[in-house]
Design a protein around this ligand. Structure first.
Ligand SMILES: NC(=O)c1ccc[n+]([C@@H]2O[C@H](COP(=O)([O-])OP(=O)(O)OC[C@H]3O[C@@H](n4cnc5c(N)ncnc54)[C@H](OP(=O)(O)O)[C@@H]3O)[C@@H](O)[C@H]2O)c1
Length: 267
C-alpha cells in the first residue's frame, strides 16, 4: 500500500491541547505541511496552537472545542470533521487515566475514562471508516493505545483495559475494510513525558519516559507508513518481544512493584 502524504491534506488530531497530540499536531504542520482539525476541551490552548501554526507553519487550522466524554460533543466533532473540507486522515489520541489503587478510584472516574478512551474512539472510528469506505480514496486512521494494552500496569487497571479494548477493536476492524487505500493503525507507546505522567506519582518511572518529540515523530511515521501495530522506541520493541517469553504474571508483578513504590513514597 502506498504511504500517506500529508502535504496540504486535512488531518484530525484529538487531544491536541497538550502532550503527544499537541506535538503531533505541530510536527504535522511544520514538517508535513498538513492542515489540521484540532480537538480537546481547553479552548485557550487550542486557539494558541492554531494562531502559532497558521502564522508560522502557514497551514490552515480548525479548532473544535469538545469534551469527548459527552455524546453530543462526539457527534459535533464527527460532523465538523467531515463537513467543510476533505478529511484525509485522523489521529484519535485523546485519553485519560486514573493512577492509584482501583478500589479508591473516585466516583465517576470509571465512566469518564471509558467514555473518553473507548466510547469516543469507537464512535468516531465507526463514522470515519463509513465515510472513507464510501469515498474509496487514500486515507488513514491511527488510534493511540499503549503498551499497557499488552502488559497491564497495576494501579491503572481501568486504563489498561481501555487501551487493550481499542487495540483489539482496531486490529479486528482492519480486516473488514473494503477500501484497499484505507489503513487503520494502532500506536502503542510505553511511557512518554507529558502532562499525563508529570505528577509526583510517576517519580519512579520518570527515567523510563520517552521525550514527547520522539513519540510524536514515530507516531506520525507509523500512520504514514500504514503500520498495523507500532510500539515506538527500539528498547520498547525489543523489550516487548523479550517479555513475551516470560509469564505475564511476572511482568505485571514487576510493573506493580515499580508503581507501588511510587505510590508508597507519597504517603
Ligand atoms: N504519557 C504516557 O506515558 C502515555 C503512554 C502510552 C500512551 N499514552 C496515550 O497517549 C495519549 C495522549 O496522552 P498524553 O500522554 O499526551 O497526555 P496529556 O498530555 O494529558 O494529553 C491528553 C490529551 O487528551 C485530551 N483530553 C482528555 N480528556 C478529554 C476529553 N474528555 N475530551 C477531549 N479531549 C480530552 C486533553 O485535552 P483537554 O484536557 O484540553 O481536554 C489532552 O489534549 C492518550 O491516549 C494516552 O493514553 C500516553
Amino acid at each position: 500500500m502506498k504511504s500517506l502524504n500529508f502535504n496540504n491534506k486535512w488531518i484530525l488530531v484529538t487531544g491536541a491541547s497538550s502532550g503527544l497530540g499537541y506535538e503531533m499536531a505541530r510536527q504535522l504542520a511544520y514538517q508535513h505541511k498538513a492542515n489540521l482539525i484540532i480537538a480537546a476541551r481547553r479552548a485557550d490552548k487550542l486557539n494558541q496552537l492554531k494562531a502559532e501554526l497558521e502564522q508560522q507553519a502557514g497551514v490552515q487550522v480548525k479548532v473544535v472545542v469538545a469534551d469527548l466524554s459527552v455524546q453530543a460533543d462526539i457527534d459535533r466533532l464527527i460532523s465538523l470533521s467531515l463537513e467543510g473540507q476533505e478529511l484525509y486522515a485522523a489521529i484519535l489520541n485523546a485519553g485519560i487515566t486514573y493512577f492509584g489503587p482501583h478500589i479508591e478510584m473516585p466516583e465517576g472516574d470509571f465512566e469518564r475514562i471509558l467514555q473518553t478512551n473507548v466510547i469516543s474512539v469507537v464512535r468516531i472510528t465507526t463514522q470515519l471508516v463509513k465515510h472513507f469506505e464510501i469515498a474509496g480514496k487514500e486515507s488513514g486512521v491511527m488510534i493511540v493505545s499503549s503498551m499497557a494494552a499488552l502488559y497491564p500496569p497495576p494501579y491503572q487497571a481501568v486504563y489498561a483495559g481501555t487501551k487493550a479494548f481499542v487495540m483489539n477493536f482496531i486490529n479486528a476492524l482492519q480486516y473488514e475494510l473494503k477500501n484497499k487505500q484505507l489503513s487503520l493503525t494502532v500506536y502503542a507507546p510505553g511511557g512518554i513525558a507529558t502532562e499525563m505522567t508529570e505528577g509526583e506519582k510517576f517519580n519512579e518511572l520518570k527515567a523510563w519516559l520517552m521525550p514527547v518529540e520522539q513519540a510524536a515523530k514515530e507516531g506520525i511515521a507509523a500512520l504514514q507508513s500504514r503500520k498495523y501495530n507500532h510500539i515506538p522506541g527500539l528498547l520498547n520493541r525489543v523489550g516487548s518481544k523479550f517479555m513475551k517469553l516470560l509469564p505475564k504474571s511476572f511482568i505485571v508483578g514487576q510493573l506493580g512493584k515499580t508503581y507501588q513504590k511510587s505510590l508508597d513514597k507519597l504517603k
